[in-house]
Design a protein around this ligand. Sequence first.
Ligand code: UD1
Ligand code: CA
Length: 416
Amino acid sequence: MLKVVILAAGKSTRMKSDTPKVLHDIAGVPMLRWVVQASRALSPQEIIVIVGHGADAVREEFAADKLTFVTQEPQLGTGHAVQQARAALQGAEQVAVLCGDVPLLTAETLARLAETHRDSHAAATVLTTVLEKPAGYGRIVRDELGNVQAIIEQRDLKPGQERIHEINSGTYIFNGPELLARLDKLTNTNAQKEYYLTDVIHLLTGDKKPVAAWCCEDAREVLGINTRKELAACDKIARSRVVEQLMQGGVTILDPENAYIEAGVKIGRDTTVYPYTAIHAGVQIGERCEIGPYAHLRSGTVVGNDCKVGAFVETKNAKIGDESKAGHLAYLGDVTLGKDVNIGAGTIVANYDGKKKHKTEIGDEAFIGCGTVLVAPVKVGKRGQTGANTVVPHGKDVPDDTIVVGAPARVLKKKA
Ligand code: UD1
Ligand code: CA
């Protein structure tokens, strides 16, 4: 039986943010959510998240995720963080420790780490990688036979050790009892005056307990995020993975470098996404559609088959029926479009009256003329039609098979 501990209590001074670091988005999804999802590959009995800085916000974001939260206050280091979970870890045969700020780790790599741990019968197995520029990371010190001896933090390196390129990813699997027996032996006699989890490795090898390592080939998976620059770099990598998966599923993406598609977006076969298009997490698009260039599909957008959402069209909470088209320059918010609807250029669904958002429905085969403003809440019936520059006021529904025109300006009232 295995339990997961995710470390997410640290302050992350270098982000210079009021938002806890682990809640910053990677491809539209909070960093910590990626780690939680990957950790499920280990089929854990329990996922324990150590929180501290911004703890309330983190608990709130993950309220529905069946996680155990343990508070670390004050934050005295990664070893001290795991100490706080001591009670929750009693009886766990294995304990996997992950960092909340290492979001690109894949489920496959975690599974390989677990396999290595099982096959090696080690007391602990560390996930490592080799970096051209290892500065800042803890280094893996091995003996002449290649066995892992210790992990030394950057600031505690002895002369020569800075040349070690194999680094600690901050991801480990421990035998539960071996870890628990050593947690209380950690001291803070180091450069940062912190209780380092990494010192457990040295305590184990000192007791002649074998420590194994799995070296991850793709170093990008274990990149840690400490700065906005690293956030942007990881975000880009995560989005490129999303785009690759979509292309594998039969989507044409004309310029993958310039498609901004977040995680969890579903797109059907033979749909083409043109450049400079942003598609937010959770959006669904059917088959054979044309999306973009310069389209912005926000949350709650569901597009059917054979649709077009063209240049400078923004959608939000928009359900767009099969064969419907919004070719250019439109805002479609809180709206349901039937089948084969045509939205003329410059159409605006005015969904917000300054206080509340309202809904709009447009029936099958409706034809909305250029520059129409539909003031929500309003309905356009089946085959309903509006002339160019028509303003349809709220509540003045357009009946089926009816054409409406005009937008006479008139005094509404004098402002006080
Ligand atoms: C840590 C490792 C280092 C490794 C690197 C990989 C230690 C001592 N060092 O260094 O060997 O190369 O990760 O990215 O473990 N945290 C808490 N409570 C604390 C301190 C930290 O929960 O008191 C959390 C942080 O929020 C973060 C994670 O632990 O998610 C790692 O902490 P951080 O301070 O970023 O450690 P590094 O210096 O990066
Ligand atoms: Ca870090």
